[in-house]
Ligand binder design. Structure first.
Ligand code: CMP
Length: 442
């Protein structure tokens, strides 16, 4: 087997993102400038020729960088130099190689016609493919709002196309000697936008047959573009509010059901209050449903992240081993209680314990008249019945909207079996609480 040196970059690295941005910026300048110089037949000056060589050199460096960049393709890293070069050769190496050639310089040195240099240089437009890749990458990146990226890329392509179409109009005779180059360009761009937007004031009209055919094509393109823009924007807006829409549909359905079944108004108000709380606290997302499709490990990481706060605050979880916390967190089920809800009553059999994420509950006597304690965020309850195998020692009543995690007996016992030290510790805590409770209840 050949001894292959490891590649230097990863496609996700900051350097590659920075490098891609530079290549893209240079390509963008080309896309704007070359068609402009082509239609006005502007001979490249020394600065432009230098720029031509400079861009060619950067493109050449880019090819070297690509050969040294590991890529994530079809779920695996393509990171051996041999695989990378095979992949690159099949997916754009020759296209990129063509763009390295400084055609403007070659044609100028050989004394060829200016137009020829410009036409050959248009080959560098293929580098815009990078923009499509970059946009896809940004749309999938959690750091950026995909709707914003979509609108920005749409606006960019519309403006760039308008520039090219305006250049095409000039090439077809839209050039008027009366005006300067800038004025000619502005008039062509104005014509292009009015035609694309299907406004068509008619102040600049096609004079020749070629211009008429061109105008018809631009008008057809304009209608398509218009549809594309409107379609994209409305789909972005619909998606933006899809969570709200989905939630509102659910609320409307339950409201019409309650009206139909003549549920008392006070109960209807409670239901509406509950939904309002769900919307305000989590935009109506059901955590279990949203995370259901994720692989267990990622799901555990997300739940761990979401519950970092509670893990830090619950005394007996604070010093627990990370593996234990992971096992425990994976078993937690989110539940919500509204003010006045009875979580359970004293004397009932216990099947689960609870961790309070937010809100407050009261620990009371069975009739609810005597309050032994108030528990809030980061507290837990219901462990005594599970650990000491006895009925609930007190009733629990929510006094605010409460977000809690429920841990069922089986899961709890599973954790205790695997972590005997933790079992011992929590038994001690429960015994302490139970004796405290006996004293305060007496
Ligand atoms: P359990 O007996 O299963 O059900 C009632 C729960 O209330 C009990 O577990 C404890 O978790 C909790 N609890 C009982 N008494 C007190 C108290 N005095 N202070 C705080 N929590 C209590």
């Amino acid at each position: 087997m050949k001894n292959q040196s490891p590649v230097k970059f990863k496609s996700e690295s900051k350097f590659i993102h920075f490098w891609d941005s530079i290549v893209l910026l240079l390509s963008f300048i080309y896309c704007v400038e070359t068609p402009f110089m082509l239609v006005f037949n502007i001979a490249p000056g020394p600065k432009y020729l230098f720029y031509d060589i400079f861009v060619g050199t950067i493109y050449l460096c880019d090819i070297f960088v690509r050969f040294q960049t590991a890529k994530f393709i079809d779920g695996k890293w393509v990171d051996s130099p041999h695989e990378i070069s095979q992949n690159y050769k099949q997916s754009g190496f020759f296209r990129d190689l063509m763009t390295v050639v400084p055609f403007e310089v070659i044609v100028t040195v050989l004394g060829g016609p200016v137009l020829l240099g410009h036409i050959f240089s248009l080959v560098r437009l293929v580098r815009l493919k990078l923009l499509v890749e970059l946009t896809n990458r940004l749309q999938n990146s959690p750091k950026f709002n995909p709707a914003f990226i979509k609108i920005a890329s749409l606006a960019f392509w519309v403006l760039l196309s308008a520039h090219w179409i305006a250049c095409g109009w000039i090439a077809l005779g839209g050039f008027n000697e009366k005006y300067s180059i800038t004025e000619n360009y502005i008039r062509a761009f104005y014509w292009c936008i009015t035609t694309l937007a299907t406004v068509g004031y008619g102040d600049i009209t096609p004079q020749t047959l070629h211009q008429m055919i061109y105008t018809v094509c631009v008008m057809i393109l304009g209608a398509g573009m218009y549809g594309l823009i409107i379609g994209n924007i409305s789909s972005i807006l619909a998606k933006k509010d899809s969570a709200k829409l989905h939630f509102q549909e659910k609320v409307d359905k339950i409201n019409s059901f309650m009206r139909y079944r003549k549920i008392p108004t006070s109960l209807q108000l409670r239901v509406n209050g509950y939904y309002r709380y769900l919307w305000e606290s989590r935009m109506g997302y059901d955590e279990t449903e949203v995370l259901a499709d994720l692989p267990t490990n990622i799901k555990e990481d997300i739940v761990l992240h979401l519950n970092q706060n509670i893990i830090e605050r619950v005394a007996f979880l604070k010093d627990a081993e990370p593996t234990l916390i992971r096992d425990l967190v994976a078993q937690l089920k989110p539940v919500v209680f509204t003010p006045g809800d009875c979580v359970f009553k004293a004397g009932e059999q216990g099947h689960c314990m609870y961790f309070i994420l937010s809100g407050k509950v009261e620990v009371t006597s069975r009739d609810g008249k005597k309050v032994f304690a108030t528990l809030g965020e980061g507290n837990y309850f219901g462990e005594i019945a599970l650990l000491l195998s006895q009925p609930r020692s007190a009733s629990i009543r929510a006094i605010e909207y409460c977000d809690m995690y429920l841990l069922e007996r089986d899961s709890f016992e599973h954790v205790l079996t695997y972590y005997p030290k933790f079992a011992e510790h929590i038994h001690e805590l429960a015994a302490e609480r139970a004796s405290q409770h006996k004293t305060s209840a007496a």
